[in-house]
Design a protein around this ligand. Structure first.
Ligand SMILES: [Zn+2]
Length: 76
């Protein structure tokens, strides 16, 4: 019984984390797209791909969470 309660609490905590992580992820990609708006390499990528949301390699990695300090929170 106690073990089941602990498991339920753990699941609830995980769900909460998921919401926080989703929020962080959204903020992270918004920040990446904001930075990308002023980035010449991104402008080139958009022109080449004919895609208004295309990003250069650096900003694509940023948007996906690579090289982000927020990643440290995710791994905790
Ligand atoms: Zn860029």
């Amino acid at each position: 019984m106690v073990a089941r309660e602990q498991a339920q609490r753990a699941t609830a905590a995980e769900r909460g984390d998921e919401r926080v992580l989703a929020g962080l992820s959204r903020l992270r990609s918004e920040a990446a797209y904001e930075a990308a708006a002023a980035c010449p390499a991104c402008a080139e990528a958009r022109a080449e791909a004919d895609d208004a949301e295309a990003l250069c390699d650096a900003h694509l990695e940023h948007a996906m969470g690579l090289h982000s300090t927020w990643d440290a929170i995710r791994r905790r």
